[in-house]
Design a protein around this ligand. Structure first.
Ligand SMILES: Cc1cc2nc3c(=O)[nH]c(=O)nc-3n(C[C@H](O)[C@H](O)[C@H](O)COP(=O)(O)O)c2cc1C
Length: 354
């Protein structure tokens, strides 16, 4: 596994829940900063981003890490998911990381300090945060979404909103159409509905709803799984198993809508994988599990790899790559390994989709 630096291999001997908590100390180390290159700049739903690779929701749920982690080279930073009221995490273990294989299981259960507390923290960052902040919002009803959207709309630090209706542990809290309608009536900030692989049968419909209400889409959240390795007995799988599903979702959405703003997330560990998602039609990409394997340098490394992969393919800018709209489903994924791990690799009975 050449992608994983030695210190992250050592970190893998620490229980993953503890490693996750220790990460905040590592992030205060000197960082190399972002890779500045005009070719990496993108426009997403009217926002200008310095590069198209962002941190996905879930790493920094309450915004504590932003001051340190935003120096490590991501093009945008998703805080959350933020809930309307304070929620406690589920019982440990909440994370499972295999010794071999680029994937993880998690079951945190959407813990959050609640929107008032997180909004106060984001407000303390000043009017112009270093890296654009996207707020991931998770409501359990339309009323809660309404509280959350109003709060995110009022915060000048929040550039965009992601509506999480795809937590693997909970059923959809609201119809997509109603939520899209609510969101477009409450905010003019770019807003995205984040879908789960369980929405794969309604992707085209979702694209239509999003486009009709001026929203974008993020695909995908984690794959719902059952596993005895998690305290909750079930949770979500992230990492490489999602990569092929995500590419095919991006291509399907782009086949019905050329205009809907689209973010791709799931199993992106390298710049070449990011490029494949952009070529498939994503406007930007996000990554999270890569940080658990490659460490905090993941974003800087992926930006360098993306630039190198773009040059190799003759693109002078990300928009040129996106314009190519080559269906990535027709190509072999250029990931570091095959897209799907053996099912037997999922630890602990019972197994299978939740
Ligand atoms: C530990 C962990 C916590 C997560 N928490 C959230 C969350 O709170 N809200 C959300 O929308 N997605 C959450 N996700 C899903 C990620 O944002 C992302 O969609 C998924 O992990 C696939 O991307 P990746 O393969 O790059 O990790 C979480 C993922 C992980 C691994």
């Amino acid at each position: 596994m050449g992608l994983v630096p030695w210190y992250m291999r050592v970190a893998h001997f620490v229980p993953p829940d503890v490693a996750h908590s220790l990460a905040r100390y590592a992030l205060s180390a000197p960082s190399p900063g972002p890779l500045i290159d005009e070719g990496l700049e993108v426009e997403l739903a009217g926002l200008r981003l310095p590069n198209p690779i962002g941190l996905a929701a879930g790493y920094d749920k309450d915004g504590y890490l932003y001051p340190a982690f935003s120096r490590w080279g991501m093009g945008f930073y998703v805080v959350g998911s933020i809930t309307a009221f304070r929620r406690r995490p589920l019982r440990r273990p909440r994370l499972y990381r295999p010794r071999d294989g680029l994937w993880m299981l998690n079951a945190f259960g959407l813990p959050s300090e609640g929107v008032i507390s997180v909004a106060r923290r984001l407000n303390g960052l000043g009017e112009r945060p270093r890296v654009p902040i996207f707020a991931s919002l998770a409501g359990f009803s339309l009323e809660e979404f309404s509280i959350l959207i109003r709060a995110a709309d009022a915060l000048p630090q929040v550039s965009a909103i992601e509506l999480n209706i795809s937590c693997p542990l909970f059923d959809d809290p609201a119809g997509m159409e109603e939520l899209a309608e609510l969101s477009s009536s409450l905010t003019r900030k770019p807003s995205f509905i984040k879908l789960s692989p369980r929405h794969s049968r309604v992707l085209e419909e979702a694209a239509g709803i999003a486009e009709g209400h001026g929203l974008g889409i993020t695909v995908y959240n984690t794959i719902p799984v059952r596993s005895g390795a998690l305290g909750a007995g079930r949770g979500g799988m992230s990492g490489l198993p999602l990569y092929g599903m995500m590419l095919s979702a991006v291509a399907r959405i782009r086949s019905v809508s050329d205009r809907v703003p689209l973010m791709a997330v799931g199993g992106i560990f390298t710049g070449s994988q990011a490029l494949a998602a952009l070529e498939a039609g994503a406007d930007a990409v996000q990554s999270l599990t890569a940080v658990a394997f490659r460490g905090p340098l993941a974003f800087r490394a992926m930006s360098e790899e993306l630039l190198a992969a773009m040059r190799e393919r003759g693109y002078s800018s990300v928009s040129e790559a996106r314009a190519s709209r080559v269906s990535a489903v027709l190509r072999a994924p250029r990931g570091p390994r095959s897209a799907t791990p053996p099912r037997a690799a999922i630890p602990g009975p019972p197994r299978g989709p939740a």
